[in-house]
Design a binder for this molecule. Sequence first.
Ligand code: F6P
Ligand code: MG
Length: 285
Amino acid sequence: MLYSIIDALQKSAIHIDSLLKKCKFEYLDSINITGDNQLGVDVEANNIFKEALLELDAIKGICSEEENEAIYKKDSNGVYLVAFDPLDGSSIVSSNLSVGSIFGIYNEEFCAKNLIASGYIIYGPRLEMVVAQDSVNHYVYSDGGWRNIGSLTLNDKGKINSPGGTQKNWSTKHKILIESLFLEGYRLRYSGGMVPDLHNLLCKGGGLFSYPSTSDAPNGKLRALFEIFPFAFIFEKAGGEAIGGISDGSGLSRILDLKIDSIHQSLPCFFGSKYEIERVKLAYK
Ligand code: F6P
Ligand code: MG
């Protein structure tokens, strides 16, 4: 049953990849519920995933970054729910940087502890897909088919630092953390697209990606259900860690233990290998 969902996502990926190659990157007059201006391809990518998933027997419902509410099927015997960001990083589409789609597959309820698989598609020089279940499998699309090219695993320590958010709005603790990693020899890699930035860490064996609480966005920018939970699952299955927190003073916790109040909620978040996440915990103590 899970296979039918992955198959639908793979077919949708091929379709969206061909749309991106048609270079139609105009903004529409509409904004989504989070206040982002929508591109035509944001809406088209959303419709492609929505239609492909809702027709599957295995599906109970879906929820998308581009939709206000979750959509549940009437009279469905399906148990799986899919939450997705149909086209992440659309603000960098015009500069021809890689963008992606992110998905999380849940059993019966949209809560982090019910995630059973997650992954992303990356539209770059190659079309690739990463799917995490017990391990993290990396697929490439070539010659009309998807080929598994191996699994992604993180070392205990990496070399890359990918710090998100506007620097003037970082807290002093966060500035000290980021600067100390650079002083230790970490190198900056940041495209402004969550999918390529985290894919780079996964392919290079580790490092730190952070999107912290900032003075202008205390809950960070990235969305829990569509972006953070799926990547937290992937990082843990790859041997790394993911921590974050609601900015109510309760501190940072394992992301997959966090509960959210609304489907569009954002959270400060940190993804990395074990060493860098330990550094985050010390810096934020
Ligand atoms: O979905 C939001 C997003 O485009 C992510 O892909 C990316 O990681 C982030 O915003 C970049 O934000 P900023 O430019 O504030 O670092
Ligand atoms: Mg996004």
